[in-house]
Design a protein around this ligand. Structure first.
Ligand SMILES: Cc1cc2nc3c(=O)[nH]c(=O)nc-3n(C[C@H](O)[C@H](O)[C@H](O)COP(=O)(O)OP(=O)(O)OC[C@H]3O[C@@H](n4cnc5c(N)ncnc54)[C@H](O)[C@@H]3O)c2cc1C
Length: 404
């Protein structure tokens, strides 16, 4: 059996590991257009801050792949799939055969259609090459220089923090009324903004970018209301787009991403997982679902239709030193039937929001409290907290006291 995997991100590497566990003899080939071994993308911030050595970047060394007889084809881009003939066409020319295929080719940074996005000094961050370019530019422009991060999501805030650590002066420009609109609510976001501003990170909300200007290098971001934000470096952190051109060329079904069924299957002998996969209209864009999906896809590639995917609970933790922020599950319910219990202490920048459905925990936001693990556990297990309800409104009550 020949297993082929397109993409050496977390989905690709996880799938290879599982396939090898289940099929000790099959051939496993991974094709990646990046020239490097697998590295977790959150480490890119450490690259920008020059806090990591190359050898600590890679999750597994080359021996790990050799020992498992996983054949890597690095710097090799797959241009097109021929599902009928079970062939992969390489960008460099030629083709290779497969029996079972996993498409795990991920996503790219979205570049919004704003005037000036291609000015020198304007970047996106998705891969190691981007991180090196950003790091070089951030040291080139020098200490104290103004920078702008367009997009106040998790990645944007982590980038702004990295710029601050590199002795730059970052401003986050967010179009929504408050930061982290998907993971926080207005109250939590206000506390977060206070913390970031106290560190020296500027925050502009409700800020619609009209254009980016500069001659040899970027100089400013101009907002729709005429506000001018000086910036000698700009990071566009405005979401992702799954890499669907491969699917389009190969005439495989896709919407925003590759449409998969509950077996993570796209069509006969073709599976998808990670940021490229769209399950029930959702593209998660984060690591834990990519691992779950890849595990299920890989298992089904070896043992036909043996595992079913039911969707993942989204969970985000901001990895900024000195700031504990986790958002897990359904934190801003739009429908009736949910109960929300809030607790806060503005002076110590602490905030907690718990969303219950029938007394069971379905979503949690915690800010300024070290409870990420227990929060994930409570939501994932939908723990019934009836007996603790009178205590949940007290910020000093620890969620760790709930028996999960
Ligand atoms: C800076 C940064 C920080 C992040 N931090 C977090 C975090 O803290 N927590 C979290 O949960 N998520 C985080 N994410 C998101 C997370 O990294 C993604 O969800 C994850 O990488 C998805 O994995 P994947 O394997 O689906 O795709 P990718 O990681 O995108 O990997 C796909 C690979 O396929 C390659 N490829 C694409 N097309 C082809 C082709 N035609 N032929 C060959 N190879 C191809 C790509 O170059 C890439 O190497 C972060 C992302 C970034 C950019």
């Amino acid at each position: 059996m020949i297993y082929a995997i397109i993409g050496l991100g977390v989905a690709g590497v996880t799938a290879a590991k599982i396939i090898r566990q289940l099929d000790p003899k099959g051939e496993i080939h991974i094709f990646s257009d990046e020239p490097t071994l697998y590295y977790p993308r959150p480490k890119l911030f450490e690259v920008i801050r020059e806090e990591i050595k190359a050898r600590d970047l890679y999750f597994y060394d080359s021996m790990w792949y050799e020992e498992r007889d996983i054949k890597l084809h690095l710097g090799v881009k797959i241009r097109k799939i021929d599902p009928k003939e079970h062939l992969l066409y390489l960008d460099m020319g030629g083709s290779v055969a497969y029996d079972k295929l996993l498409i795990a080719n991920g996503a790219s940074s979205f570049v919004p259609p704003i005037d000036g996005v291609y000015t020198e000094g304007v970047f996106t961050l998705r891969n190691l090459n981007d991180a090196f370019k950003i790091r070089r530019h951030s040291f080139l422009i020098g200490n104290g220089k103004p920078t702008a991060v367009i997009g106040g999501g998790v990645l944007g805030l982590e980038a702004a923090y990295s710029f601050l650590k590199n002795k730059l002066k970052p401003v986050v420009v967010e179009g929504a009324p408050y930061l982290l609109p998907r993971q926080l609510d207005e109250e939590g976001s206000k506390i977060l903004k206070g913390i970031l501003m106290s560190w020296g990170i500027g925050v502009l909300e409700n800020a619609k970018v009209e254009r980016i200007e500069g001659n040899t290098n970027v100089e400013k971001v101009v907002l729709a209301d005429g506000t001018v934000v000086p910036a000698e470096m700009v990071l566009l952190s405005t979401g992702i787009r799954p890499n669907t051109s491969l699917l389009e060329l190969s005439k495989l079904p896709f919407n925003r991403g590759a449409i998969v069924d509950s077996y993570m299957q796209v069509s006969e002998d073709i599976f998808a997982a990670g940021d490229i996969a769209e399950f029930n209209g959702t593209i998660y864009g984060i690591i834990p679902p990519a691992i779950e999906q890849a595990t299920i896809a890989a298992t089904n590639m070896v043992k036909d239709r043996s595992l079913e995917y039911k969707g993942s609970v989204p969970s985000n933790t901001l990895k900024v030193v000195g700031l504990d922020l986790t958002s897990v599950g359904l934190v801003n319910p739009k429908e009736d039937g949910y109960e929300v219990i809030r607790a806060s202490d503005e002076s110590s920048h602490k905030y907690r929001k718990i969303v219950l459905k029938d007394n069971k925990v379905v979503g949690i936001i915690i800010l300024g409290i070290k409870e990420a693990n227990i929060a994930n556990k409570l939501v994932n297990k939908k723990v019934d907290v009836t007996q603790y309800k009178d205590k949940l409104g007290d910020i000093n009550f620890s969620l760790k006291d709930i028996i999960a």
